[in-house]
Design a protein around this ligand. Sequence first.
Ligand code: PGA
Length: 250
Amino acid sequence: MRKKIIAANWKMYKDLAEVNDFFTFFIESLSEQPNAEILIAPSFTNLRHAFETTRDYTIEIIAQNMHEKENGAYTGEISAAMLKSIGINRVILGHSERREYFGETNTSLAEKINTALKNEMKVIFCIGEKLEERKEENHFNIIETQLKEGLFHINENNWDSVVIAYEPVWAIGTGETASPEQAQEMHQFIRNTIAEKFGKGIAENVSILYGGSVKPNNAKELFRQPDIDGALVGGASLEIESFNKIIQAI
Ligand code: PGA
């Protein structure tokens, strides 16, 4: 079933005390039945604390990344099994910052996706074009390639574990958002591309989130689009007030 999802990506923000503070007040402010699943991705060091703090609430704590190998001599890395062992069942993969600063490619991401699925972890797979690529009107090709090389090797029955986040790189952390029309156009393209390969049933059921400067003042218009099923929120998820407004907008 296609689900509405609001996911927070906290990137390298918030230490333990700040995470604790956030949840103390956020849990109080959360309505019992939000209209969407609420996912929050703190840093690795705060995952377990966040998981313990939120376990009785409708908040899922997820990871921002993981390594593609099951285990081994990979200093500083975190495996799927390690995440699973502390109660984490979902991971963001392919965020543009991982692609840009840590050399992740469609090929390495395909491997990460396999490892996550093999370990029964769900995935939020991020895709998005850069500004030059959009200016050159190459954005649909880029997105199609990211999907085909990174994700389309999975089996039909894996799709229940996959959410896609379309995040145009030029809109992340810049305050510049794709217009609702630009976002809808790309979300529809993504859904059609999935339908061509896996059939309409699967394409209609996959949740596709928009990410890139989602704020309280633009969330409603974005969520009104038929192919936008929620958001992956960076900056505006760090403050309870703005994050709550985005949750209310859906
Ligand atoms: P932003 O980040 O909302 O701060 O633009 C979104 C993201 O990086 O997922």
